[in-house]
Design a protein around this ligand. Structure first.
Ligand SMILES: CC(C)(COP(=O)(O)OP(=O)(O)OC[C@H]1O[C@@H](n2cnc3c(N)ncnc32)[C@H](O)[C@@H]1OP(=O)(O)O)[C@@H](O)C(=O)NCCC(=O)NCCS
Length: 330
Protein backbone atom coordinates (compact mmCIF):
# COMPACT_ATOMS: atom_id res chain seq x y z
CA UNK A 1 0.00 0.00 0.00
CA UNK A 2 1.25 3.49 -0.87
CA UNK A 3 1.75 6.30 1.62
CA UNK A 4 -0.04 9.63 1.12
CA UNK A 5 1.13 12.80 2.88
CA UNK A 6 -2.08 14.16 4.32
CA UNK A 7 -2.62 17.56 5.93
CA UNK A 8 -4.11 16.51 9.25
CA UNK A 9 -4.29 19.99 10.78
CA UNK A 10 -3.88 23.68 9.94
CA UNK A 11 -3.38 26.75 12.12
CA UNK A 12 -2.09 30.29 12.12
CA UNK A 13 -1.13 33.12 14.42
CA UNK A 14 -0.71 36.83 13.88
CA UNK A 15 0.45 39.30 16.54
CA UNK A 16 -2.15 41.44 18.23
CA UNK A 17 -0.91 44.84 17.10
CA UNK A 18 -2.39 46.12 13.83
CA UNK A 19 -0.77 48.76 11.64
CA UNK A 20 -3.24 50.23 9.12
CA UNK A 21 -2.42 52.08 5.92
CA UNK A 22 -3.67 55.21 7.69
CA UNK A 23 -1.14 54.65 10.47
CA UNK A 24 1.60 54.16 7.86
CA UNK A 25 0.71 57.35 6.05
CA UNK A 26 1.74 59.21 9.20
CA UNK A 27 5.16 57.50 9.12
CA UNK A 28 6.10 57.76 5.41
CA UNK A 29 4.85 59.65 2.37
CA UNK A 30 2.14 57.21 1.30
CA UNK A 31 -1.64 56.83 1.42
CA UNK A 32 -4.30 54.20 2.01
CA UNK A 33 -5.49 54.77 -1.56
CA UNK A 34 -2.03 54.17 -3.12
CA UNK A 35 -1.33 51.02 -1.12
CA UNK A 36 -4.78 49.49 -1.61
CA UNK A 37 -4.95 50.25 -5.33
CA UNK A 38 -1.41 49.13 -6.16
CA UNK A 39 -1.09 46.16 -3.83
CA UNK A 40 -4.48 45.35 -2.24
CA UNK A 41 -3.34 45.76 1.37
CA UNK A 42 -5.39 47.52 4.05
CA UNK A 43 -3.48 46.55 7.19
CA UNK A 44 -0.80 44.26 8.59
CA UNK A 45 0.07 42.80 12.01
CA UNK A 46 3.27 43.76 13.82
CA UNK A 47 4.98 41.73 16.56
CA UNK A 48 5.27 43.06 20.10
CA UNK A 49 8.81 43.99 21.19
CA UNK A 50 9.17 40.75 23.15
CA UNK A 51 7.78 38.49 20.38
CA UNK A 52 10.20 36.63 18.12
CA UNK A 53 9.77 34.44 15.06
CA UNK A 54 9.72 31.20 17.07
CA UNK A 55 6.92 32.59 19.29
CA UNK A 56 4.71 33.21 16.26
CA UNK A 57 5.68 29.82 14.83
CA UNK A 58 4.96 28.00 18.12
CA UNK A 59 1.51 29.61 18.38
CA UNK A 60 0.66 28.61 14.80
CA UNK A 61 2.00 25.10 15.47
CA UNK A 62 -0.13 24.73 18.62
CA UNK A 63 -3.24 25.72 16.64
CA UNK A 64 -2.40 23.20 13.88
CA UNK A 65 -1.73 20.42 16.42
CA UNK A 66 -5.04 21.14 18.15
CA UNK A 67 -6.84 21.09 14.81
CA UNK A 68 -5.16 17.78 13.93
CA UNK A 69 -5.85 16.26 17.35
CA UNK A 70 -2.18 15.26 17.55
CA UNK A 71 0.11 15.72 20.54
CA UNK A 72 3.40 17.59 20.08
CA UNK A 73 5.04 14.45 21.49
CA UNK A 74 4.08 12.62 18.28
CA UNK A 75 5.85 15.09 16.00
CA UNK A 76 8.93 13.58 14.31
CA UNK A 77 10.24 16.70 12.56
CA UNK A 78 9.77 20.47 12.68
CA UNK A 79 10.58 22.45 9.54
CA UNK A 80 10.47 26.23 9.84
CA UNK A 81 10.62 28.23 6.62
CA UNK A 82 11.81 31.76 7.37
CA UNK A 83 14.25 34.43 6.30
CA UNK A 84 13.71 36.37 9.51
CA UNK A 85 14.89 33.78 12.07
CA UNK A 86 15.26 34.48 15.80
CA UNK A 87 19.03 34.18 15.30
CA UNK A 88 21.36 32.92 12.55
CA UNK A 89 22.12 30.10 14.97
CA UNK A 90 20.53 28.07 16.52
CA UNK A 91 17.68 27.42 14.15
CA UNK A 92 14.25 28.86 14.88
CA UNK A 93 12.85 25.32 14.54
CA UNK A 94 14.77 24.17 17.65
CA UNK A 95 13.20 27.02 19.63
CA UNK A 96 9.76 26.01 18.39
CA UNK A 97 10.53 22.47 19.54
CA UNK A 98 11.21 23.78 23.06
CA UNK A 99 8.17 26.07 23.09
CA UNK A 100 5.72 23.33 22.05
CA UNK A 101 7.54 20.58 23.96
CA UNK A 102 8.04 18.29 20.96
CA UNK A 103 10.71 16.21 22.66
CA UNK A 104 11.32 13.55 20.02
CA UNK A 105 11.31 15.88 17.00
CA UNK A 106 14.27 16.71 14.79
CA UNK A 107 14.25 20.36 13.78
CA UNK A 108 15.72 22.64 11.14
CA UNK A 109 15.07 25.85 9.22
CA UNK A 110 14.97 26.30 5.49
CA UNK A 111 15.76 29.43 3.54
CA UNK A 112 13.77 29.84 0.35
CA UNK A 113 12.26 33.28 1.04
CA UNK A 114 8.58 33.55 0.11
CA UNK A 115 8.65 30.07 -1.49
CA UNK A 116 9.75 28.59 1.84
CA UNK A 117 6.45 26.99 2.79
CA UNK A 118 6.06 25.19 -0.55
CA UNK A 119 9.69 24.04 -0.34
CA UNK A 120 9.11 22.84 3.24
CA UNK A 121 5.91 21.01 2.36
CA UNK A 122 7.64 19.27 -0.55
CA UNK A 123 10.54 18.19 1.68
CA UNK A 124 8.17 16.92 4.35
CA UNK A 125 6.28 14.96 1.66
CA UNK A 126 9.52 13.11 0.76
CA UNK A 127 10.19 12.20 4.42
CA UNK A 128 6.68 10.82 4.77
CA UNK A 129 6.42 8.98 1.43
CA UNK A 130 9.77 7.28 2.10
CA UNK A 131 8.42 6.01 5.44
CA UNK A 132 11.12 7.88 7.40
CA UNK A 133 8.66 9.99 9.45
CA UNK A 134 4.96 9.86 10.36
CA UNK A 135 4.08 13.40 11.53
CA UNK A 136 5.82 16.59 10.48
CA UNK A 137 5.11 20.20 11.37
CA UNK A 138 5.72 22.52 8.42
CA UNK A 139 5.68 26.15 9.51
CA UNK A 140 6.16 29.45 7.72
CA UNK A 141 6.95 32.20 10.20
CA UNK A 142 8.25 35.74 9.76
CA UNK A 143 8.89 38.81 11.86
CA UNK A 144 9.56 40.99 8.83
CA UNK A 145 8.90 44.19 10.74
CA UNK A 146 12.42 43.98 12.25
CA UNK A 147 14.01 43.76 8.79
CA UNK A 148 12.24 46.73 7.22
CA UNK A 149 13.38 50.31 6.91
CA UNK A 150 10.32 52.10 8.21
CA UNK A 151 11.41 55.23 6.33
CA UNK A 152 11.48 53.44 2.95
CA UNK A 153 8.01 53.54 1.41
CA UNK A 154 9.13 51.22 -1.41
CA UNK A 155 9.28 48.29 0.99
CA UNK A 156 7.72 49.02 4.39
CA UNK A 157 4.15 49.27 3.08
CA UNK A 158 4.24 45.77 1.60
CA UNK A 159 5.01 43.42 4.46
CA UNK A 160 3.66 42.15 7.79
CA UNK A 161 4.37 39.63 10.57
CA UNK A 162 2.68 36.25 11.00
CA UNK A 163 2.98 32.48 11.04
CA UNK A 164 1.05 29.58 9.57
CA UNK A 165 1.49 25.85 10.12
CA UNK A 166 0.30 22.47 8.93
CA UNK A 167 0.71 19.01 10.39
CA UNK A 168 1.57 16.61 7.58
CA UNK A 169 0.84 12.99 8.48
CA UNK A 170 1.35 9.59 6.87
CA UNK A 171 -1.85 8.13 5.49
CA UNK A 172 -1.41 4.52 4.41
CA UNK A 173 -3.71 4.46 1.39
CA UNK A 174 -3.41 4.21 -2.37
CA UNK A 175 -5.85 7.07 -2.96
CA UNK A 176 -7.59 9.85 -1.09
CA UNK A 177 -6.33 13.01 0.53
CA UNK A 178 -2.69 13.93 0.11
CA UNK A 179 0.02 15.65 -1.88
CA UNK A 180 -0.29 14.44 -5.47
CA UNK A 181 2.50 16.38 -7.13
CA UNK A 182 5.10 19.03 -6.38
CA UNK A 183 7.46 21.12 -8.45
CA UNK A 184 10.22 23.43 -7.21
CA UNK A 185 12.47 25.85 -9.05
CA UNK A 186 15.22 28.38 -8.52
CA UNK A 187 17.13 30.94 -10.56
CA UNK A 188 20.21 32.15 -8.72
CA UNK A 189 21.57 33.58 -11.96
CA UNK A 190 19.56 36.78 -11.77
CA UNK A 191 20.75 39.76 -9.74
CA UNK A 192 20.39 38.93 -6.03
CA UNK A 193 19.64 42.57 -5.33
CA UNK A 194 16.18 42.16 -6.85
CA UNK A 195 15.15 40.97 -3.40
CA UNK A 196 17.67 40.70 -0.60
CA UNK A 197 18.91 41.66 2.85
CA UNK A 198 22.45 42.72 1.87
CA UNK A 199 24.24 42.63 5.24
CA UNK A 200 24.47 40.32 8.24
CA UNK A 201 25.85 37.27 6.43
CA UNK A 202 29.37 36.23 5.45
CA UNK A 203 29.25 38.49 2.37
CA UNK A 204 28.89 41.55 4.55
CA UNK A 205 29.16 40.98 8.30
CA UNK A 206 27.58 43.58 10.56
CA UNK A 207 29.70 46.71 10.89
CA UNK A 208 29.16 50.33 11.87
CA UNK A 209 28.92 51.16 8.15
CA UNK A 210 26.44 48.38 7.35
CA UNK A 211 24.17 49.63 10.11
CA UNK A 212 24.53 53.29 9.13
CA UNK A 213 23.78 52.45 5.49
CA UNK A 214 20.70 50.43 6.55
CA UNK A 215 21.99 47.31 4.81
CA UNK A 216 20.36 44.97 7.33
CA UNK A 217 16.93 45.80 5.92
CA UNK A 218 15.08 44.23 2.98
CA UNK A 219 15.84 45.85 -0.37
CA UNK A 220 13.88 45.21 -3.53
CA UNK A 221 13.51 46.00 -7.20
CA UNK A 222 9.71 46.09 -7.18
CA UNK A 223 9.26 46.25 -10.94
CA UNK A 224 11.42 43.19 -11.69
CA UNK A 225 9.83 41.17 -8.91
CA UNK A 226 6.39 42.17 -10.16
CA UNK A 227 7.21 40.93 -13.68
CA UNK A 228 8.68 37.73 -12.27
CA UNK A 229 5.53 37.03 -10.22
CA UNK A 230 3.17 37.64 -13.12
CA UNK A 231 4.98 35.16 -15.39
CA UNK A 232 6.03 32.47 -12.88
CA UNK A 233 2.51 31.81 -11.47
CA UNK A 234 0.90 30.77 -14.80
CA UNK A 235 4.09 29.06 -16.00
CA UNK A 236 4.34 26.88 -12.88
CA UNK A 237 0.61 26.14 -12.72
CA UNK A 238 0.57 25.15 -16.41
CA UNK A 239 3.53 22.82 -15.82
CA UNK A 240 1.72 21.22 -12.86
CA UNK A 241 -1.47 20.76 -14.92
CA UNK A 242 0.42 19.29 -17.92
CA UNK A 243 2.31 16.80 -15.77
CA UNK A 244 -0.93 15.55 -14.22
CA UNK A 245 -3.11 15.56 -17.34
CA UNK A 246 -5.44 18.21 -15.87
CA UNK A 247 -6.82 21.48 -17.19
CA UNK A 248 -7.35 24.50 -14.98
CA UNK A 249 -11.07 23.56 -14.83
CA UNK A 250 -10.13 20.49 -12.76
CA UNK A 251 -8.73 22.73 -10.01
CA UNK A 252 -11.12 23.91 -7.29
CA UNK A 253 -8.99 26.47 -5.46
CA UNK A 254 -5.56 28.08 -5.81
CA UNK A 255 -3.85 29.36 -2.68
CA UNK A 256 -1.09 31.67 -3.88
CA UNK A 257 1.67 33.50 -2.09
CA UNK A 258 0.13 36.84 -1.12
CA UNK A 259 2.56 39.43 -2.48
CA UNK A 260 0.33 41.75 -4.49
CA UNK A 261 -3.30 41.36 -5.51
CA UNK A 262 -2.42 42.81 -8.94
CA UNK A 263 0.19 40.10 -9.56
CA UNK A 264 -2.47 37.45 -8.91
CA UNK A 265 -5.08 39.23 -11.05
CA UNK A 266 -2.63 39.45 -13.96
CA UNK A 267 -1.74 35.76 -13.51
CA UNK A 268 -5.44 34.80 -13.45
CA UNK A 269 -5.92 36.70 -16.71
CA UNK A 270 -3.02 34.85 -18.34
CA UNK A 271 -4.50 31.54 -17.19
CA UNK A 272 -7.91 32.58 -18.49
CA UNK A 273 -9.65 31.99 -15.16
CA UNK A 274 -11.66 34.24 -12.85
CA UNK A 275 -9.55 35.78 -10.10
CA UNK A 276 -12.03 34.32 -7.58
CA UNK A 277 -10.36 30.94 -8.11
CA UNK A 278 -7.47 32.37 -6.08
CA UNK A 279 -7.97 32.66 -2.32
CA UNK A 280 -6.77 36.09 -1.20
CA UNK A 281 -6.38 37.65 2.25
CA UNK A 282 -3.53 40.10 1.61
CA UNK A 283 -5.87 42.96 2.59
CA UNK A 284 -5.65 41.86 6.25
CA UNK A 285 -2.10 40.61 6.66
CA UNK A 286 0.03 42.06 3.80
CA UNK A 287 2.95 39.93 2.59
CA UNK A 288 4.11 37.69 5.45
CA UNK A 289 6.53 35.83 3.14
CA UNK A 290 6.79 32.12 4.01
CA UNK A 291 3.68 32.44 6.20
CA UNK A 292 1.18 33.68 3.59
CA UNK A 293 0.17 30.29 2.15
CA UNK A 294 -0.39 28.38 5.43
CA UNK A 295 -2.25 31.39 6.90
CA UNK A 296 -4.47 31.55 3.81
CA UNK A 297 -5.00 27.78 3.89
CA UNK A 298 -6.21 27.85 7.49
CA UNK A 299 -8.55 30.75 6.73
CA UNK A 300 -9.91 28.97 3.65
CA UNK A 301 -10.57 25.87 5.79
CA UNK A 302 -12.26 27.96 8.52
CA UNK A 303 -14.43 29.68 5.90
CA UNK A 304 -15.51 26.29 4.47
CA UNK A 305 -14.02 27.14 1.08
CA UNK A 306 -12.56 23.64 0.78
CA UNK A 307 -14.49 20.37 0.70
CA UNK A 308 -13.48 16.73 0.60
CA UNK A 309 -12.02 15.69 -2.74
CA UNK A 310 -11.21 19.26 -3.86
CA UNK A 311 -8.04 19.73 -5.87
CA UNK A 312 -5.99 22.64 -4.53
CA UNK A 313 -2.80 24.24 -5.75
CA UNK A 314 -0.38 25.99 -3.39
CA UNK A 315 1.92 28.28 -5.34
CA UNK A 316 4.81 30.30 -3.94
CA UNK A 317 7.48 32.58 -5.44
CA UNK A 318 10.05 34.97 -4.07
CA UNK A 319 13.65 35.94 -3.42
CA UNK A 320 16.43 33.82 -4.81
CA UNK A 321 14.68 33.71 -7.16
CA UNK A 322 12.68 30.70 -6.03
CA UNK A 323 9.27 29.24 -6.80
CA UNK A 324 7.26 26.09 -6.29
CA UNK A 325 3.81 24.57 -6.46
CA UNK A 326 2.06 21.65 -4.80
CA UNK A 327 -1.07 19.86 -6.02
CA UNK A 328 -3.10 18.66 -3.04
CA UNK A 329 -6.30 16.61 -2.93
CA UNK A 330 -8.33 17.46 0.19
C1 LIG B 1 6.16 47.73 -5.18
C2 LIG B 1 5.10 47.94 -6.21
C3 LIG B 1 3.72 47.91 -5.58
C4 LIG B 1 5.30 49.32 -6.85
O1 LIG B 1 4.32 49.53 -7.82
P1 LIG B 1 4.70 50.23 -9.18
O2 LIG B 1 3.45 50.37 -9.97
O3 LIG B 1 5.85 49.49 -9.80
O4 LIG B 1 5.14 51.65 -8.67
P2 LIG B 1 6.40 52.51 -9.05
O5 LIG B 1 7.59 52.04 -8.29
O6 LIG B 1 6.50 52.61 -10.56
O7 LIG B 1 5.95 53.87 -8.50
C5 LIG B 1 4.84 54.58 -9.05
C6 LIG B 1 4.74 55.91 -8.34
O8 LIG B 1 4.31 55.70 -6.99
C7 LIG B 1 5.26 56.24 -6.08
N1 LIG B 1 5.34 55.38 -4.91
C8 LIG B 1 6.14 54.31 -4.70
N2 LIG B 1 5.88 53.75 -3.51
C9 LIG B 1 4.89 54.48 -2.96
C10 LIG B 1 4.21 54.38 -1.75
N3 LIG B 1 4.44 53.44 -0.84
N4 LIG B 1 3.24 55.29 -1.49
C11 LIG B 1 2.96 56.26 -2.39
N5 LIG B 1 3.59 56.39 -3.56
C12 LIG B 1 4.54 55.51 -3.84
C13 LIG B 1 6.56 56.30 -6.85
O9 LIG B 1 7.43 57.27 -6.35
C14 LIG B 1 6.07 56.64 -8.23
O10 LIG B 1 5.79 58.01 -8.30
P3 LIG B 1 6.09 58.84 -9.67
O11 LIG B 1 5.19 58.21 -10.70
O12 LIG B 1 5.70 60.22 -9.28
O13 LIG B 1 7.54 58.64 -9.94
C15 LIG B 1 5.16 46.87 -7.33
O14 LIG B 1 6.33 47.06 -8.10
C16 LIG B 1 5.19 45.48 -6.77
O15 LIG B 1 4.21 45.02 -6.19
N6 LIG B 1 6.27 44.74 -6.94
C17 LIG B 1 6.40 43.40 -6.40
C18 LIG B 1 6.71 43.49 -4.93
C19 LIG B 1 6.62 42.15 -4.26
O16 LIG B 1 5.65 41.47 -4.43
N7 LIG B 1 7.62 41.78 -3.49
C20 LIG B 1 7.68 40.58 -2.76
C21 LIG B 1 7.68 39.40 -3.66
S1 LIG B 1 7.78 37.92 -2.79
Amino acid sequence: MAIQSKISGTGFYVPEKILTNENLSKMVDTSDEWIFQRVGIKKRHISADNEVTSDLAANAAKAALKNAGISSKDIDLIIVATFTPDKLMPSTATQVQRKINAKKAAAFDISAACSGFVYGLTMADQFIKSGFYQNILVIGSEVLSRFLDWQDRNTCVLFGDGAGAVVLSANHADNGPGIKYATLGADGFVAPEWLEIPAGGSAMPASKESVEQKLHFAAMNGKEIYKFGVQIIPKTINKLLDKNGYTIKDIDLIIPHQANVRIVEAAAKRLGIPKEKFFMNIDKYANTSAATIPIALDEAVQQNKIKKGDKIIFIGFGGGLTWGAVLYEW
